[in-house]
Design a binder for this molecule. Structure first.
Ligand code: APR
Length: 258
């Protein structure tokens, strides 16, 4: 390494990060699909990720394709029926973040995940911002009516391969944010305030490659927070992080949170 070269990944031992968390009073956590892989839900861009294994699927997961092509919707309903998320249970990573909250240190948890495992682990739903929505609700694209996803899945199991809204006949989709769909302004605002108002930002299990969620990391850094990234693979923000812990989330989070 040439003289003066910037250390791109500050390898800081777990004990030092644990000390930073012990000293912190307002930790904002940003989670991604990586925290749910140990619960049996594949991520998107990891070695066994959904997009890694089937790049074409990422292109098809846009709002335009979903609304425009009944075949895309029928496949989406089949995927929803078979989703491993219905059998998933929170893991040690989710449980460690509940302990962080019970220690009075959690400012806000912003999650890109749609599986609600943070809430199932016992995290106060009022502290969770589901910036990409939730798969456990279904919403009509035309009239906005919402219902539990299970209601729509029951219709699919009974033979409706692309169930329409019973109120207005509109297209039903999961209450998630697809590519091409705008995020909920209130969620964005809460997430931004959480990044500005924390003294430590903990980014867990995200490739930090999708915006605006990924922007929370530099936003927190510019506002003076310490940044800690916990992820198996490098991310574009390792260079500005105060610590990068490249390990298994289910092992690292309990070690740094207690
Ligand atoms: N321990 C540590 N890191 C892990 C683990 C684990 N057990 N499992 C996966 N990872 C890491 C992967 O190496 C990967 O870098 O988690 C990261 C997950 O990154 P992505 O699959 O890109 O998931 P995410 O960052 O949440 O994607 C953001 O993209 O497709 C959209 O809307 C979707 O919300 C998603 C968004």
């Amino acid at each position: 390494m040439s003289r003066g070269a910037k250390l791109f990944s500050v390898v800081v031992d777990v004990e030092q990060v644990r000390g930073w968390i012990d000293a912190a009073s307002a930790v904002t956590v940003l989670t991604g699909a990586g925290i749910s892989t140990d619960s049996g839900i594949p991520d998107f861009r990891g070695p066994q990720g959904v997009w890694t294994r089937n790049p074409a699927a990422e292109k098809a997961s846009t709002l335009e394709h979903y609304l425009g092509d009944p075949e895309v919707r029928k496949q989406a309903w089949r995927n929803r029926l078979d989703s491993p998320a219905w059998r998933a249970r929170p893991n040690a990573g989710h449980e460690a973040l509940v302990r962080l909250d019970r220690r009075g240190k959690l400012h806000t948890l912003v999650t890109q995940n749609i599986d609600e495992l943070h809430q199932q682990a016992g995290l106060d739903p009022g502290k969770v911002v589901e910036i990409h929505g939730t798969m456990r609700q279904v919403v009509c694209w035309s009239c906005g009516e919402r219902a539990p996803m299970e209601v729509a899945l029951e219709r699919v199991r009974s033979g409706e391969d692309d169930p329409a809204c019973r109120t207005c006949g509109g297209i039903l989709k999961s209450a998630t944010i697809s590519f091409g769909q705008s995020l909920v302004p209130e969620d964005l605002d809460r997430a931004e305030r959480a990044a500005l108002g924390c003294d430590l930002l903990l980014a867990v299990g995200s490739s930090l490659s999708v915006y605006p969620a990924a922007a929370l990391v530099p936003t927190a850094k510019r506002a003076g927070a310490r940044v800690v990234i916990v992820n198996a693979e490098p991310t574009p923000f390792d260079g500005i992080a105060d610590a990068v812990l490249n390990g298994s989330i289910s092992e690292v989070l309990p070690a740094i949170i207690g």
